[in-house]
Design a protein around this ligand. Structure first.
Ligand code: GLU
Length: 502
């Protein structure tokens, strides 16, 4: 990281509007802010942009905080914990905005605008007819102070507009994009304070960034076009202009805008689908940032150490669900068994497989089962589904497996013999089962797979899973014997005939 972009102390913020759930794009922007703050021993502020009373809800506010807690993205200042620059919800900062407005009025940097909606619409239409970009005509800019006062005294409720520069250029220093130049002729005297006596997003955001001493504004690309206005506002307010970094958009695989039809897009939905927070956070890093050396799996600490705003891509990131699933499988495999058991407990409980009053032995058994499947599962759902044969009888058999393994001559006799020899295994533990089974295979003159595969299919209904002898030990002698015999009976009765001849 070049020193030029790091002022000390670094203070960054993420400022969601609580009008819905936390979207993956927002989570990524927040995480980049968090990484930047942690990397530079700075401060990560969470600010809630809830000036829009119509669209902001308490529900969404709570859900956003919850999503951050779940992702383990902690904030140093913000809601619930406070901080020296609070309050951190814009709805509680109205007096602060008002005071700043009063100051700008007194300094003649903003002026009241009495134009009605109709008049503004007409001005816009005129501009369009002339083929110009619609912008405020500046009509109220030149009213005399006496007239302004008189109209306010008559009860007119003005909006307030900032006097923007009308010539020259504004250069935005963007860490990701370099210097971006905007023509000031494109700026107009935009509204900072609305006639309904509330600040606009631009005003509240800049006042907060200024008063909260934000050094770097790291936010979504869609705000780049607002930035010259923000530069004008910081200048008018008499505060230093922060550095900016506009992070690229996230596109769907077909490069359209990422939306609901592409599957889960909110953090809450990922959580419900069994995506692990570690996997999602790791994935967020890869959305627009390459850690280098083809490295994709990174711990939080590694992410902090490699993160570099200057290396964030300028082009859009493309959403890749396969990558997220792959990361999820990795983190699932590496999570502690107890955390895993805790996480899948509700799913097991919903199937009636576990309950609160289980004995120590039963719990140990469930824990061992979970451990046996952990290595081979991509998601909690998949893991839990693979436990079916341990809690329920086998009703369905893998068809390909049936064709392959149950059609061999004598297979039913072999399964019956296997069931019998299991009666001689004491104690019923993996090495002893294995010893007896291998001896039997030898005596029957079979190849290993010729008994192992049909046995596994008879016991579990599928052809994949942990080692057969582990499966047997987990199922227990009686279940193994019963299933081997029952399947042998079905084979003899031709119950699988249809499948095998297809
Ligand atoms: N509340 C704004 C948003 O959610 C914040 C934009 C900004 O970071 O300035 O888009």
């Amino acid at each position: 990281m070049a020193d030029k972009v790091v002022q000390s102390p670094v203070r960054v913020r993420f400022a969601p509007s609580p009008t819905g759930s936390l979207h993956i794009g927002g989570a990524r922007t927040a995480y980049f802010n968090w990484l930047f703050a942690r990397k530079h021993q700075g401060v990560f502020v969470l600010r809630i942009d809830d000036t829009d009373k119509q669209r902001s809800t308490e529900d969404s506010y709570r859900q956003i905080l919850e999503s951050f807690r779940w992702l383990n993205i902690d904030w140093d200042e913000g809601p619930e914990i406070g901080g020296p620059y609070g309050p951190y919800r814009q709805s509680e900062r109205q007096h602060i905005y008002r005071a700043q407005l009063e100051r700008l009025i007194a300094e003649d940097k903003v002026y009241p605008c009495f134009c009605t909606q109709e008049e503004l619409a007409a001005q816009r239409e005129d501009a369009q007819k002339r083929g110009e970009t619609p912008r405020y005509s500046g009509r109220c800019r030149h009213l005399s102070n006496d007239e302004r006062r008189a109209r306010i005294e008559r009860g007119e409720r003005p909006a307030y507009r900032i006097q923007s520069p009308t010539a020259g250029t504004t250069v935005v220093h963007d860490i990701i994009r370099g210097d971006v130049e905007f023509q000031n002729t494109e700026l107009d005297d935009f509204i900072v304070w609305k006639a309904d006596d509330t600040p606009t997003y631009h005003f509240a955001s800049c006042v907060d960034d200024a008063l909260m001493a934000i050094t770097h504004v790291i936010r979504a690309e869609e705000h780049l076009s607002n930035t010259p206005r923000h530069v004008a506002l910081f200048t008018a307010l008499g505060f230093p202009v922060p550095l900016f970094a506009h992070v690229p958009m996230i596109l769907a695989p077909d490069r359209s805008k990422l939306s609901k039809r592409h599957g889960a897009t909110s953090v809450e939905e990922y959580r419900q689908q069994g995506i692990l927070p570690e996997a999602l956070v790791n994935y967020l890093l890869l959305l627009g940032f390459s850690p280098g050396d083809d490295k994709e799996l990174l711990t939080r600490d590694e992410a902090v150490s490699v993160f570099d705003l200057e290396r964030v891509a300028r082009h859009a990131a493309v959403y890749d669900i396969k990558k997220l699933e792959w990361l999820n499988a990795h983190y699932l495999r590496h999570m502690s068994l107890d955390v895993l058991l805790d996480s899948i407990w509700p799913l097991l409980e919903a199937r009636g497989w576990v309950h609160e009053a289980m004995t120590r032995e039963q719990l140990t058994w469930v824990r061992t089962l979970a451990g046996a499947m952990q290595e081979r599962s991509k998601s909690f759902e998949e893991l839990v589904a693979s436990l079916n044969c341990y809690f329920d009888r086998v009703r369905d058999f893998d068809i390909k497996g049936v064709r392959k393994h149950f059609s061999r001559q004598d297979v039913s006799t072999h399964l019956r013999t296997a069931a019998d020899v299991l009666g001689d295994v004491h104690p019923f533990i993996v090495p002893r089962i294995e010893e007896v089974y291998r001896k039997l295979i030898h005596e029957l003159g079979l190849k290993t797979g010729e008994l192992i595969h049909p046995s596994r299919l008879a016991l579990t209904g599928v052809t994949i899973g942990p080692g057969l002898f582990d499966v047997m030990a987990l199922l227990g002698r009686e279940v193994c014997q019963a299933r081997l015999r029952e399947t042998a009976g079905k084979i003899e009765a031709g119950a699988f005939a249809l499948e095998t001849t297809k």
